[in-house]
Design a protein around this ligand. Structure first.
Ligand code: IPM
Ligand code: MG
Length: 366
């Protein structure tokens, strides 16, 4: 089959890890007889330097003409100026919003070969296999007013707003129930019900939507408590649904259960994915969770697994290729089981390899 994909490597380690992801994709094409027509485009800090905007029109247009978008990372110290008009991150935030990609799926699965790389003891990591489902286009990131100003006496003020409508809550919570239903039947919804109005609405709506899913067990856990539970007993969790900011924080935390932030992939969708193997195809944006990591950019040592796992999520959700997605995931797991790792995972010993070599090993075991 033939598919069109927009590849947006972005800044920092983005181009390095996306290079490996595309290599894996090409190999999948060879092995399974598909054609992936890849179009790339500028985004992020580099795009600001060249075009004066983090999301040039041509990049956005490319996204409209494809089945899925694979994105690397955006940002870096060069563009970290607090009063900058345009920030690199705006590029990716605009794409998420433009396409209504409200459901951000971030799976975190522990792997025995990487237990030693995690900051938690191995006995806590056994059986960890969870999803942080993050609301991606509302809440604290996007609600208005959002501004900076100075008072008459010259004192600076800054403001963000956390606002949700019941529709916004219901649609993401519903995706949570769908994911939980097709899996182990447990959904945790997180909020700060005890302090925040938007959270009280969140809990109310989650409970109402839950009535449509009597087969799924719904539990509400306060976000601060959940942050603690994720370290105390992470294996108890299956699907966790959270608002934009809580999901951002909790998914970075969950990443450490896998050994490294470099391991985590993500899929951003505008509706619930079909059941595995249903072949349903949805437009989606796929990105590793790690970000641009400017401290290690250009050194060839970044972990490409988050980007490669993002590619397997793309194969599964947007291209309807679940057999191919399984093959990629098996290849990654096989290479890790053999003891290969990138420096971010090296605490546990094993043979340390660079970004390219890791990509080659995975490609070679497909
Ligand atoms: C993420 C990142 C982004 C976010 C940044 C880079 C805008 O941290 O995808 O988790 O905050 O959403
Ligand atoms: Mg984040």
């Amino acid at each position: 089959m033939e598919f069109r994909i927009a590849v947006l490597p972005g800044d920092g380690i983005g181009p390095e890890v996306i290079g490996e992801a595309v290599k894996v994709l090409d190999e999948v094409g060879e092995r399974f007889g598909h054609r992936f027509d890849v179009q790339s485009g500028p985004i992020g800090g580099h795009a600001i330097d060249r075009y004066g905007t983090a999301l040039p029109d041509e990049t956005l247009e490319a996204c409209y003409n494809v089945d899925a978008v694979l994105f690397g990372a955006a940002g870096g110290p060069k563009w970290d100026v607090s009063d900058a008009e345009e920030r690199p991150e705006q590029g990716i935030l605009k794409i998420r919003r433009e396409f209504g990609l409200f459901a951000n799926i971030r799976p975190a699965k522990s792997h025995p070969a990487l237990y030693a790389a995690s900051s938690l003891k191995p006995e806590y990591l056994e059986g960890v296999d969870l999803i942080v489902l993050r609301e991606l286009i509302g809440g604290l990131y996007f609600s208005k007013p959002k501004k900076r100003w100075s008072t008459k006496t010259g004192k600076r003020r800054g403001m963000d707003t956390l606002k949700y409508s019941e529709e916004e809550i219901a649609r993401v919570v519903r995706v949570g129930f769908e994911l939980a239903r097709s899996w182990r039947g447990k959904l945790v919804s997180t909020d700060k019900f005890n302090v925040m109005e938007s959270s009280r609405l969140w809990r109310e709506v989650a409970t109402e939507v839950g009535e449509e899913y009597p087969d799924v067990e719904l539990e509400h856990i306060l976000a601060d408590n959940l942050a603690m539970q994720l370290l105390r007993n992470p294996a108890q969790f299956d699907v966790i649904v959270a608002n934009n900011i809580f999901g951002d924080l909790l998914s970075d935390e969950a990443a450490m259960l896998t050994g490294s932030l470099g391991m985590l992939p993500s899929a951003s969708l505008a509706e619930a994915p079909g059941a595995a193997g249903s072949g349903k195809q949805l437009f989606g944006l796929y990105e590793p969770v790690h970000g641009s990591a400017p401290d290690i950019a250009g050194q060839g040592i970044a972990n490409p697994v988050g980007a490669i796992y993002s590619t397997s999520m793309m194969l599964r959700y947007s291209l309807g290729l679940s057999e191919e997605a399984d093959a990629v995931e098996r290849a990654v797991e096989g290479v890790l089981a053999e003891g290969y790792c990138t420096p971010d995972l090296a605490r546990g010993g094993g043979e340390v390899v660079g970004t390219r070599q890791m990509g080659d090993l995975i490609t070679g075991s497909l």
